[in-house]
Write a protein that binds this ligand. Structure first.
Ligand code: LIP
Length: 290
């Protein structure tokens, strides 16, 4: 089934999610055009929690425009955005329909004109993702997922096939995040060394975007991605891509995926999650809803 057929099926069922997903796709395309227009321009860059935690005026503008459009369409819904939370708004997630948005996932890439940037728009109802749209405007990749209706890349259905039999046959991804605390860096380095030495993985990539890492698991370009630190706005759309493509999301302890928990393992199959978890040395993280 193609995305077009999926949308026709939602229309035939008069499924209210059709309105949600069409609106999100339209808004993501508009946001992507702004990101593309600004990509080669000189950026106005500032920092948030630390010197390596960047935000640009484009991040702020794009989030403002996304929420303006969503609030017009869905005034009764709730909203959580990376830059709004950074400015003090709550990231408390209720059971209500909540749009969770990262205007530019991969902000550091955007500043440095690295193409791994994406706008991520997720709709979460009863604390579970129902609709997800991730648009990478420089790569020109549009990922769309609807709960129980599939995940799609540029309109084509995503299905994970022939997952690796072990980590030694896997290409995996990890992110350093923005924290440069020496103890945290030492723990992250130890994890990478332990995994490479114990499991002889074929490669370890780091794109700078949690959302795109998870989308690459969904389209079988990565076999596993793990990180301590991604936020709900990084994962609200892309966790659904992985699930609908037949992959699996857990915490770094191998427990059920926790959107607000700030640890993630996304993988093509359960056996490589079961392989990696015992090797990991856990790193303390602060929940998004604490
Ligand atoms: C990024 C995340 C990535 C993390 C980076 C950064 P942002 O999101 O997608 O996983 O390692 O530090 O937080 O800040 O570019 O939207």
């Amino acid at each position: 089934m193609s995305l077009q057929e999926c949308l026709q099926k939602l229309a035939s069922k008069q499924d209210c999610r059709l309105h949600y997903v069409l609106t999100a796709i339209n808004i993501a395309n508009n946001a992507g055009n702004i990101i593309k227009d600004c990509y080669h321009q000189v950026k106005t860059v500032s920092t948030k929690d630390c010197a390596t935690d960047l935000v640009t005026d484009t991040d702020k503008l794009v989030e403002k425009l996304i929420f303006s459009s969503l609030k017009t369409e869905f005034p009764s819904h709730k909203f959580i955005g990376e830059e709004s939370v950074s400015n003090g708004e709550s990231s408390e997630l209720s059971l209500e329909p909540t749009w969770i948005v990262d205007p530019i996932d991969g902000t550091t890439n955007f500043v440095h004109r690295n193409p791994y940037v994406a706008v991520s728009i997720g709709l979460v109802i009863n604390k579970k993702s129902e609709v997800g749209v991730v648009y990478a405007p420089i790569l020109n990749d549009l990922y769309v997922a609807v709960k129980n209706e599939g995940a799609y890349l540029n309109g084509q259905r995503l299905k994970i096939v022939n997952p690796p039999s072990s980590l030694s046959n896997s290409l995996i991804a990890f992110e350093w995040g923005a924290d440069r605390d020496s103890d945290v860096l030492a723990l992250k380095s130890r994890n990478l060394l332990d995994i490479m030495q114990k499991h002889q993985v074929r490669g370890m990539r780091s794109t700078g975007s949690a959302a795109l890492n998870m989308c690459m698991v969904a389209c079988s370009s990565l076999d596993l991605y793990f990180e301590w630190g991604p936020h709900c706005w990084d994962m609200a759309a892309s966790n659904l891509m992985v699930e609908e493509a037949g992959g699996f999301n857990t915490t770094t302890l191998g427990c059920d995926f926790d959107l607000m928990g700030r640890t993630i393992i996304s993988a093509a199959c359960k056996n490589i999650i079961e392989e990696i978890v015992p090797t990991l040395t856990q790193i303390p993280t602060r929940r998004d809803d604490e």
